[in-house]
Write a protein that binds this ligand. Structure first.
Ligand code: MYA
Ligand code: JJ1
Length: 388
């Protein structure tokens, strides 16, 4: 059934629940000299290109490919619209490799028609910290679908990751592949219910009027937690300690150091928003929350073209109740004119979703590891990873 995935070192469906299979790498590393030194063959009309995300023109080409061809919902009403600034940030974390930003061009026209990326990360599985690649932004132009280009791209990124002596990867997808370590649900908190209903993102509830709906989702004008403020560079050490401590309880989680926190969690205009609570008395940093900006294009609507969505990223509540902290995040997102606040049911998110009036979405997100078996599927609440 999965002609490509059956050949790859990933957990196979037939092996689910086999207690004789150990947790850990599925195949051992090979000597670097055994890694294929030249790229995989593409059909003859196409050629590989390494995308230099420092280059403005390349960035625009990648942005345009994704804006027109990347992930849509099941009814093709919305399509992710990652900004150029977001892509540049997401693809250049500490220690990134330019060679892992891989494009495919049509030789005759030089047009960019496919893309896949990796960035390096350290991910902990139980008590083992593993160097991995996080694979994202796999995209094949709509006109070139179902030609088995994706397997070649996945093999090529794998080869380039192996050349850096890295043998594991983490990735997420909306589709089921062999085999998820866990399956999460998207939840949505309306901030601008009128627009969400107008564009078909949500429906007016049974026995609900528009004005009752607007009242239902109304939020205070300003945040309530004393000492709630934007994260700054000087907060990196304290936030790193807080986050490392918090993430240690999950079965799978990133191993963030200060450099990672500086890159991934410092606020970046229209990309990443991070807030913390500094105790007005002791000036201790006691809580932290963050969300990233990922708009979606609205396909086929007369009145609106973009849905402005915030996605919950990492949250740590030590002193402020999680419910209150997330409510302040919602208030902040509303102040900044987001239409909807999205969250997955990972980490402790379940504990606030219903109370804060999030509703379950129709989309799922499956999490995968490449060349690493985990013995039992996790519950979403045992997962401490959010990929972009
Ligand atoms: S997830 C986001 C994926 N992108 C989109 O959904 C955008 C819209 N769709 C497209 O652009 C295309 O439909 C894509 C497939 C490119 C997705 N992950 O070329 P094909 C398998 C993995 O004929 P196309 C993200 O970015 C499919 O099961 N495999 O199909 C993370 C089949 O294999 P098999 C996928 O539709 C990506 C084969 O591809 C996915 O033209 C992580 C068909 O190929 C998917 N999302 O193109 C990638 N969708 O026959 C894996 C389909 O076996 C990384 N397929 O069923 C693995 C780790 C690598 C590094 C390892 C380092 C050590
Ligand atoms: O956004 C999503 N679904 C929305 C819109 C549905 C439109 C019709 N299909 C949704 N809306 C309901 C909201 C409502 C608000 C009030 C309370 C009740 C709920 O459900 C979904 C997620 O739910 N998004 C997608 O399907 C996009 C793709 C998700 C897979 C992502 C793959 C990631 C790529 C890897 O990096």
């Amino acid at each position: 059934r999965h002609r490509f995935w059956e050949t790859q070192p990933v957990g196979q469906f037939k092996d689910l629940g086999d207690p004789s299979l150990p947790e850990g790498p599925i195949e051992p590393p090979t000597p670097l000299s055994d890694v294929k030194p030249e790229p995989y063959n593409l059909p003859s009309q196409y050629e590989w290109t390494t995308c230099d995300m420092d280059d403005e023109q390349t960035c625009v080409e990648v942005y345009s490919l994704l804006t027109n061809n990347y992930v849509e919902d099941d009814e093709n009403m919305f399509r992710f619209n990652y900004s150029k600034e977001f892509l540049r940030w997401a693809l250049r974390p500490p220690g990134y490799y330019k060679a892992w930003h891989i494009g495919v061009r049509v030789k005759a026209s030089n047009k960019l028609v496919a893309f896949i990326t990796g960035v390096p990360a350290r991910i902990r599985v139980r008590d083992v910290i593993i160097r991995m690649a996080e694979i994202n932004f796999l995209c094949v132009h709509k006109k070139l679908r179902s030609k088995r280009l994706a397997p070649v791209m996945i093999k090529e990124v794998t080869r380039r990751v192996h050349l850096e002596n890295i043998w594991q990867a983490a990735y997420t997808a909306g589709v089921i592949l062999p085999t998820p370590i866990t399956t999460c649900r998207y939840w949505h908190r309306s901030l601008n219910p009128k627009k969400l209903i107008d564009i078909g993102f949500s429906k007016l509830g049974a026995r609900m009027t528009m004005s009752r709906t607007i009242r239902l989702y109304k939020l205070p004008e300003s945040t309530v937690t004393p000492g709630f403020r934007k994260m700054e560079l000087r907060d990196v050490p304290a936030v790193t300690r807080l986050l490392r401590q918090y993430l240690s309880q999950f079965i799978v989680a990133p191993d963030f150091d200060e450099n990672d926190v500086e890159h991934w969690l410092l606020p970046l205009e229209n990309v990443m928003d991070s807030y913390l609570v500094e105790s007005p008395e002791t000036h201790e940093i006691t809580d932290f929350c963050s969300f990233y900006t990922l708009p979606s294009s609205i396909l086929n609507n007369q009145n609106y073209s973009v849905l402005k969505a915030a996605y919950s990223y990492y949250t740590v509540s030590m002193k402020t109740p999680l419910l209150q902290l997330m409510n302040d995040a919602l208030i902040t997102a509303k102040q900044k004119d987001y239409d909807v606040f999205n969250a997955l049911d990972v980490m402790h998110n379940e504990s606030f979703l219903k109370e804060l009036k999030f509703g379950p979405g129709d989309g799922q997100l499956h999490y995968y590891l490449y060349n690493y078996r985990v013995r039992n599927a996790l519950k979403p609440s045992e997962l401490g990873v959010v990929l972009l």
